[in-house]
Design a protein around this ligand. Sequence first.
Ligand SMILES: Cc1cc2nc3c(=O)[nH]c(=O)nc-3n(C[C@H](O)[C@H](O)[C@H](O)COP(=O)(O)OP(=O)(O)OC[C@H]3O[C@@H](n4cnc5c(N)ncnc54)[C@H](O)[C@@H]3O)c2cc1C
Length: 544
Amino acid sequence: MAAGAHNAEPVDRGASADPIALSGGCLLGSRQALGSGHPSLLKPPGADIMSLIQPTRIDFDNPELTSTRTGLVSELRAFLPPDAVLERQEEVQPYECDGLSAYRQLPLLVVLPRTIEEVQRVLRICYARDVPVVARGAGTGLSGGALPRGDGVLLSLARFTRILDLDPVARTARVEPGVRNLAISEAAAPHGLYYAPDPSSQIACTIGGNVAENSGGVHCLKYGLTVHNVLAVKLVTIEGDLIELGSNGLDAPGYDLLALFIGSEGMLGVTVEVTVKLLPVPERAQAILAAYDDVEKAGQAVGDIIAAGIIPAGLEMMDGPAIQAAEDFVHAGYPTDAAAILICEIDGTSQEVSEEVMRVRDLLLASGATEVRTSRDDAERLMFWKGRKAAFPAVGRISPDYYCMDGTIPRRALPEVLRRTAEMSREYGLRVANVFHAGDGNMHPLILFDANKPGELERTEELGGRILELCVEVGGTITGEHGVGIEKINQMCVQFSPEELRQFHAVKAAFDPKGLLNPGKGVPTPRRCSEYRQLPDHQHRHPH
Ligand SMILES: Cc1cc2nc3c(=O)[nH]c(=O)nc-3n(C[C@H](O)[C@H](O)[C@H](O)COP(=O)(O)OP(=O)(O)OC[C@H]3O[C@@H](n4cnc5c(N)ncnc54)[C@H](O)[C@@H]3O)c2cc1C
């Protein structure tokens, strides 16, 4: 394509290109890759988190719901093709959960529009009928954000799969929300460009989901999260209005609603178009793998690198259980006797890379690394990353179930948090494997458990909650990139004061006065928080 030329024809790069995303469903059969996906994990009605949403599965005998469904179906079918409105149990079943598959709920209906106008009409109808709406991309979210409601519409954006425009001079791409993250970089590659935020799920997850979760990835340490790489978003409000936030420029007039919207977890509007920044593919990249006999030393080395003024393209850490699992799975050549490894990638011009790699090597050796390897070519660099990228499914192979946590801490607190997490792991009798974006302080403790053992899921949830609250205690946050959803709703009460939560509710009400968009997610009610704060075990831990 000539410089400055745009794609004349929009290109289809969406969920349909990928079999996992194509399923549109719970990513069935991927239990180990996704966490606790065992059917036995269905929680009983009234269980803690499920009490936030509809407590039962869809009830086809409930006259009120049946009447709502019938009315909706007839209004929707008046302008949507038959395959865009799914209502039978077997049709809606694949949408009953997202990547947090411990929690399941059949939606009242699934609607799959193809155009912005159709989304507007669907939302107007739901608004008029007071029907809740949950938007969904590929369903890879790990915090239950796309968990449906039994009394609501599940609005899938899976058919919005076109790259509308790719401008190599402005270095931007305008894409529909169902386009997969990786597909953007694939389309930009012929121009020497790529889209930087790279969640490990990038083969399947959609840009609409990335915007909703403010997703991150290995490269976000240097290049920023989704919020730093999106220029504009078109969204449809629950009342059916189409609005545009942001601009192609570096600044936009008015309140910065784009930053507010990114990370709002489908609670403020439905994204129907996204303009992203593209970056030049770096001239060279080299990776360094360092082994440690002590997890805390590895944690300290992370701080040393950043304190030296080096911002690596990626700086990731894995502890012993994660190293062993990844090595058994992909045979990346990891030192399996190490207590922890760091993988550090440096990118830039050839000279920059050579200089920084030397500096990082010296820092790693000075911090007590027992072994430091530098990739000799791209194949070896990719091999260093292979185990890290496959770490979640790899851990899934060594445990019947696992629960992936996501919290962020100041880098200086890494050694302390790793030590205290290990203590709690012993206290609860549950193994914890750590795989995480160490440079960002974004922890991903994976709690290994067996849902078939009575009480083990409950203990896992409690341990997970305590780890997140530890993150808050050391000055961090309860989420780094996976969002709050239903999973971390209690910990929002620890992170924020009642006054702060009141402002969140006010923002929500400004966009969604009836509270119909993804209700029960993200922001807890004041009542829930006051009950949670009064729990005896909780009181002495955090006074906030
Ligand atoms: C194996 C694995 C690895 C992962 N690794 C990472 C990682 O490295 N970094 C990371 O950040 N995340 C990671 N995730 C989590 C997940 O992939 C991301 O949160 C992703 O952004 C979700 O995208 P999705 O299209 O699947 O969204 P979904 O799961 O379908 O939805 C997520 C949320 O977005 C909302 N939403 C979706 N589309 C829209 C829309 N068009 N408009 C409004 N709201 C919408 C939903 O309501 C929901 O609240 C991982 C998940 C898995 C399973």
